[in-house]
Design a protein around this ligand. Structure first.
Ligand code: KG4
Ligand code: ZN
Length: 340
């Protein structure tokens, strides 16, 4: 017999996502983004994000149901991101998910946002090998995880960023270089015309004795800002393509070096890279090169599943329901700084 039909809702940042998953199979995947509304502020404005979720919630759920050819009454469970994320944004998604679950009379499951990012890959490549190393790199997170059974065993945090996330670094340096928001894709495009060896940007926390799995990107941001400033003090515009290429090389080098080292140290044969920065062409190329050299299988889900979405939350919900996990009580609340 077929398994339960799970509707997943995501609203932790600037994307309102609804996805539907059954037996690990993706049936619907709809995302509405408020990114354009934040562009002129140079970053996500929490109040604008929360209002946008309120506006998009019903249409996004409706479109997901249409995509799957289902009626709301056919949903067997609702899964929703409870944290970490922006408090107001999370609350809109949780309130909506509770209403749906209550109205249809089905269980509600709270999902950790990072577990969602990890599960995204299963929708494309099937169940995760146990164990896997997962590198989550986005505008909000940079984490290296050791994952066993996603819903039955705790996820082990190998390392995190001590300051900025990798995507945040791309976004902030892009601003300094005069590139548009969001900065990551703009840096990636500009870097195509640049020389990655033109500037020797630092490789933070890669010295012997440094935490092998911790990251730091704020110093890189400062180094890039200083480099641009030095050009401007001489009355010239910085060579943006070279700066972008060198920055991208430094970020990709640090991320992939540490991720592959984690696979080696834990004798893990699979590296999964998820999050918006997994879209970066140099991160992908270097990850492929270094995984191949280390005999590690590299899994990168398609970009639409890499960035925030509801399908990845539905994927975790699907695993939770099928593992017999306890649903959340209806009074469950958001946890904006949820630990893993
Ligand atoms: O996962 P995501 O959509 O949202 C969260 O932050 O959770 O990630 C967005 C981040 C932004 O910082 C964006 O600049 C970055 O991913 N990004 C990229 C690229 N595409 C998106 N960074 C570098 N290169 C890219 N091609
Ligand atoms: Zn995310």
């Amino acid at each position: 017999s077929r398994g339960p039909i799970v509707l997943g809702i995501e609203s932790s940042c600037d994307e309102t996502g609804a996805g539907i998953v059954r037996d690990g199979e993706l049936l619907a995947h709809v995302v509405a983004s408020s990114m354009d509304e934040h562009a002129r502020f140079g970053g996500v404005v929490p109040e604008i994000a929360a209002r946008a979720h309120l506006h998009s919630f019903n249409p996004v759920v409706r479109r997901a149901l249409d995509q799957a050819g289902l009626r709301l009454s056919q949903i067997d469970a609702v899964a929703v991101t409870t944290g970490p994320g922006l408090s107001g944004a999370l609350q809109v998604g949780l309130a909506g998910a509770k209403s749906l679950a209550y109205a249809v009379g089905v269980p509600l499951y709270g999902v950790h946002h990072l577990a969602g990012h990890v599960a995204a890959d299963t929708l494309e490549h099937g169940p995760l090998p146990d164990p896997s190393v997962v590198l989550i790199v986005s505008g909000g997170h940079t984490s290296l995880l050791l994952v066993r059974d996603l819903v039955r065993e705790p996820i082990l945090h190998l390392g995190d960023t001590l300051d900025d996330a990798a995507g945040e670094c791309f976004d902030k340096v892009a601003r300094v270089l005069g590139l548009p928001y969001p900065g990551g894709p703009a840096v990636d495009r500009a870097a195509r015309e640049g020389d990655p060896r033109a500037v020797a940007f630092p490789r933070p926390l890669t010295r012997p004795g440094d935490d092998p799995y911790a990251f730091s990107f704020s110093g890189l941001k400062t180094a890039a800002a200083r480099w641009a400033e030095q050009h401007r003090l001489r009355g010239e515009e910085p060579p943006v393509a070279d700066g972008a290429a060198a920055l991208q090389e430094a970020v990709a080098d640090v991320l992939t070096r540490k991720a592959v080292a984690a696979c080696r140290a834990h004798a893990v044969g699979t590296l999964v890279v998820v999050g918006g920065v997994a879209a970066n062409s140099r991160v992908r190329a270097l990850a492929e090169e270094r995984c191949a050299a280390a005999g590690v299988e590299l899994r990168v889900p398609p970009l639409t599943l890499c960035t925030d979405n509801g399908a990845m939350i539905a994927a975790v919900g699907d695993l939770l329901v099928r593992s017999g996990a306890e649903p959340a009580p209806l009074e469950v609340s958001v946890d904006p700084s949820a630990p893993l």
